[in-house]
Write a protein that binds this ligand. Structure first.
Ligand SMILES: [Zn+2]
Length: 316
């Protein structure tokens, strides 16, 4: 089959590789209908990603919708599933599961095997009428739902979103759905125009109750720590490189009782909720897919993303 293989930063190639076969009882072979690009894959393309991809050459891509070959059903799956038995899992902190890794990769291909544990816990049937490229957003949206829950957004909260990529726009929808009032801070004009479609207003939200950093940059962390009101919460949602350092003003943390929290990944409950949220049609998630390419088009897209690019549907 044809697959996109990651060889190193900036180097991905379409190759003929053996079709993966289910090896264990419960593994599920999926024929990929569509995969989606996301910010994590773009980061991995640019600088590699030891957690997501492992040592190269490695399979690439993790958001997908496809057909379960054995049953003919359309399915989506998250890229991991918690074990349910380790200390963090039994404490209810499934995102910190000690055996979450390796994450599932290889969606930029004609076929993918979903391992037994993920298939058992986080492989879901796609409801009728939900388009494959929208259903494939389930993993991204699950992360966003988890983040909004961790941030403790309550009805009436003004919530600043710093970073208006597809994740930032999804976060706006999740905040609005939780009863908060999302304000899209900064961002390019064409992105700010999209914010109202996802329940947000574009503005400069000084004194926000909650600020969500969704850009994955030191500058965005700085902005987030500035925008939050005394007593408010900053959620560190975007990941930074391992050696990054951020300056935190201790005055704000101590005298102003600002809370700084992180959110990573998703739980099985988030994954199920995300699929239902996508299927509800409450927000035009399909507008986040701005490009459509084959496997051979991914490298050029990542090397030089167009101004209007948010997510691409990759059809193998
Ligand atoms: Zn665990």
């Amino acid at each position: 089959m044809r697959a996109l293989v990651f060889h190193g930063p900036g180097d991905v190639r379409v190759e003929d590789v053996p079709r993966p076969e289910p090896a264990e009882e419960g593994d599920v072979l999926v024929q990929i209908e569509v995969a989606l690009t996301d910010g994590t894959d773009l980061k991995a393309f640019r600088r590699g990603h030891p957690v997501l991809l492992g040592p190269p050459p490695s399979p690439f891509g993790h958001e997908f919708c496809g057909i379960d070959v054995a049953t003919g059903r359309r399915v989506v799956a998250a890229n991991s599933a918690p074990c349910g038995a380790c200390r963090p899992c039994t404490r209810g902190q499934e995102t910190l599961c000690e055996s979450l890794l390796p994450l599932l990769n290889g969606a930029y291909a004609e076929y993918l095997v979903v391992p037994e544990r993920i298939a058992r816990i986080n492989l879901l049937r796609v409801p009728p009428g939900l388009r494959p490229e929208v259903a494939a957003m389930v993993e991204s949206l699950a992360c966003c739902l988890h983040g909004v829950a961790v941030a403790g957004v309550t009805p009436g909260d003004t919530v600043a979103i710093v970073g208006l990529g597809p994740i930032g726009l999804m976060l706006c929808a999740c905040v609005a759905d939780a009863g908060g009032r999302p304000v899209a801070a900064g961002g390019r004009p064409e992105r700010r125009e999209l914010a109202p479609l996802f329940g947000a207003v574009a503005g400069e939200p000084g004194g926000a109750d909650v600020v969500i950093e969704a850009a994955g940059s030191v500058e965005a962390w700085d902005a987030a720590l500035t925008l939050v009101r005394p007593g408010g919460t900053v959620l560190a949602f975007g990941g930074l490189p391992r050696d990054a350092r951020v300056e935190v003003d201790p005055y704000r943390i101590h005298y102003e009782e600002v809370t700084l929290r992180g959110a990573f990944h998703h739980t099985p409950r988030d994954t199920r909720a995300a699929l239902g949220f996508l299927a509800s049609g409450a927000y035009p998630f399909e507008q986040l897919v701005t490009h459509r390419v084959g496997l051979e088009g991914v490298a050029a897209l990542f090397a030089d993303p167009p101004d209007d690019y948010l997510k691409a549907a990759v059809v193998p």
